[in-house]
Design a protein around this ligand. Structure first.
Ligand code: BG6
Length: 481
């Protein structure tokens, strides 16, 4: 039987688009007064099971110099929205200066103007692996309250300049991963001898506080702005119907995803969290006034943004009650990674689960009642242009996105989820979060390798033409040719 919803179009105002993190795209590492940031200085820990080949961040995709060309190509693809990040260390090179760097503000203003000139809606992220490295070295990043203040100053400087030009704001990228990847996400490292759970609770709290203050600053300076925070969302399935597996999956999902979203959207920690900390001998690191700030920040939140790449799978321990066993599950979710036998995987071991994006969107809407915005979804592949056609024939990428778009259609038309948009990662090839040029997500090929910059020429891949047809048909035409 044919699915009666298959041909239903997406809403006319649906934001089809692309997304980048500018530290992974720009290069121009020491130009325009920019300071070194935590991505530039990162010494990468390889992904499990992957032999890494790193690239430096000095040139990346040279988006710093070629953003106009890239935006023109995105417009040709028909993109209606483009998510980019404002690199904090371009605005405050060290992070603790009294005044912002004019060249950095002017740079992003011209990028925004360029997007508007092509009819593309800018979606600006305010924290995406780009904390000035000085704040890591001198303050230990978001483990410090001073950095929360410095972050607010940065947000105010950006808003003062761009409030009238950018409507969609994302206060922080994948904020929920800060306790697990603190160096890159929060510019911080666990001091030797610190209790890991106490340290994670501190970083979690301070970065949530920083995002609440960012949301308030945005609402203050841009009253009509659309404000969202952003999490990495890879909900975990139980490995089986065994009740212990179900309990374990629930546990991981509550800690990694629902806990931060409860704060961001509902304005308070879930009732179980103080007990979770107490069982580990840790007190909630809140200071007077924080509870009110978190509540006020949540009150100005408009939508839930999330990245979606894959789902997880969890096997539960036979007995519950030991906090260490629960904490090990969370570590295992990110760093061990049980594999779901029902799903294919990329060469990097990322599980391909289109159906999961529907579950993700629908479950967040059911729980929080806020519109959702998929601001990253993509497939990283080591690929080359075909010798015959001269372009990357990325049918696997077309199949990947076809599956996810189809599942989103069902989320909208069957599950009744208000979805603001779908931003692919990434419109053009950029460095991975692990500084790998070889792991390509783009719809436009960049002619460079990890160690040879070649001519950095931009060439649309086969998926470029596919996405243009999808957008032009409001998501009805998903055909590969
Ligand atoms: C998200 C990040 O986690 O996933 C991006 O917001 C990142 O910055 C993307 O690039 C894909 O992950 P990776 O590690 O393959 O680049």
């Amino acid at each position: 039987m044919t699915n009666q919803h298959q041909a239903l179009p997406f809403p006319r105002d649906f934001l089809w688009g692309g997304a980048t993190s500018n530290v992974q795209a720009e290069g121009g590492i020491d130009e325009g007064g920019k300071g070194i940031n935590v991505y530039d200085s990162l010494v990468v820990t390889p992904e499990p099971g992957v032999e890494p080949i790193y690239s430096d961040t000095a040139v990346a995709s040279d988006h710093y110099h070629r953003y106009a060309e890239d935006i023109a190509l995105m417009a040709q693809m028909g993109l209606k929205a483009h998510r980019f990040s404002i690199v904090w260390s371009r605005i405050f090179p060290n992070g603790d200066e009294a005044e912002p760097n004019e060249a950095g503000l002017a740079y992003y203003e011209s990028m925004v103007d360029e997007l508007h000139g092509h009819g593309i809606e800018p979606v600006a992220s305010l924290l995406h692996f780009d904390m000035p490295d000085h704040l890591r070295v001198a303050y230990n990043g978001f483990a410090s309250r001073e950095v929360v203040d410095l972050h607010t100053r940065y947000v105010e400087a950006v808003l003062t300049r761009l409030a009238g030009k950018v409507r969609y704001w994302i206060t922080a990228n994948e904020i929920n991963t800060a306790p697990l990847f603190p160096r890159l996400v929060a510019g911080s490292e666990q001091p030797d001898g610190d209790d890991p759970i106490a340290y994670q609770a501190l970083v979690r709290h301070n970065i949530l506080l920083a995002q609440a203050r960012a949301a308030l600053a945005i609402r203050d300076l841009a009253p009509d702005a659309k404000i969202g925070c952003m999490i990495y969302y890879g909900p975990s399935y139980p490995a089986s119907s065994k009740p212990q597996d179900v309990t374990a999956a629930r546990w991981v999902n509550d800690l990694l995803f629902h806990l931060p979203l409860d704060v961001i959207v509902r304005g308070e920690y879930p009732a179980w969290y103080p007990l979770y900390l107490k069982r580990r001998g840790v007190a909630l690191p809140a200071q007077p006034g924080d509870v009110e700030t978190l509540a006020a920040g949540a009150a100005v939140n408009d939508y839930i943004a999330f990245s979606y790449y894959q789902t997880g799978m969890i096997t539960g321990p036979d007995g519950w009650g030991a906090p260490a066993a629960e904490d090990a599950l969370v570590q295992n979710y990110f760093f061990g990674g049980e594999k779901n036998p029902h799903l294919d995987r990329t060469a990097w071991g990322w599980q391909i689960d289109p159906e999961g994006i529907r579950t993700a969107a629908a479950s967040l809407y059911a729980r929080y009642g806020k519109p959702v915005f998929i601001v990253e979804n993509g497939m990283g592949v080591d690929e080359e242009p075909s010798e015959a056609s001269g372009i990357v024939e990325d049918d696997y990428r077309i199949a990947f996105h076809t599956g996810h778009v189809e599942a989103l259609r069902q989320a909208i038309h069957i599950d009744g989820v208000p979805v603001i948009g779908y931003l692919v990662w990434a419109p053009f090839d950029i460095l991975s979060s692990h500084k790998e040029m070889r792991k390509r997500y783009g719809f436009i090929h960049i002619n460079r390798t990890h160690d040879d910059l070649r001519d950095l020429a931009r060439t649309p891949k086969k998926s470029f033409h596919w996405y243009r047809r999808v957008i032009a048909s409001d998501g009805v035409d998903l055909g590969a040719e």
